[in-house]
Design a protein around this ligand. Structure first.
Ligand code: GDP
Length: 140
């Protein structure tokens, strides 16, 4: 299947710490995504700063890096037709208070900062973000 049918996700530190890994993976599978690659890992400050480099000028960048390095995360590449857009629908708005009922962020997120999951915003970023965490031989 081509890379345009893939997206990249992280289950963020708050959701891992609150015991939501299993529920979120179940939600992802039920929404029709196949797991292509997956690992439990922890970002260093340098890694989180690089991953979120596009936000380096934002007022919340320091908080974002601190939060994303505060505990382990689950990184995964997911596959489905229209993966990027469909996954953004499944996770809901950045702010869980504004996310639709039944979305992962509405169900499991704490706040706009600690918002349970990441989902790539374009095919190009999905490929870059997937390659940030996984070599070709870790992708199935
Ligand atoms: P996303 O694409 O829905 O993840 O949202 P963005 O790309 O706009 O932001 C990236 C991440 O930065 C979000 O998922 C949040 O974890 C975090 N973030 C966004 N807005 C804020 C904010 O106002 N304050 C803080 N502390 N973090 C934020």
């Amino acid at each position: 299947m081509s890379a345009t049918n893939r997206t990249f996700t992280m289950i963020k530190p708050d959701a891992v710490a609150n015991g939501h890994i299993g529920a979120i993976l179940n939600h992802i599978n039920k929404a029709g995504f196949r797991i292509v690659a997956m690992k439990l890992t922890r970002l260093s400050v340098a890694e989180a700063s690089e991953f979120y480099g596009v936000h380096s000028e934002r007022s919340f960048f320091g908080e974002l890096v601190e939060y994303m390095t505060s505990g382990p995360i689950v990184a995964a590449i997911l596959e489905k037709d229209n993966a990027v857009a469909d996954f953004r629908t499944v996770i809901g708005a950045t702010d869980p208070a504004k996310a639709d009922e039944g979305t992962i962020r509405r169900l499991y997120a704490q706040s706009i900062a600690a918002n349970a999951v990441h989902g790539s915003d374009s095919d190009e970023n999905a490929a870059i973000e997937g390659a940030f965490f996984f070599s070709g031989r870790e992708q199935f």
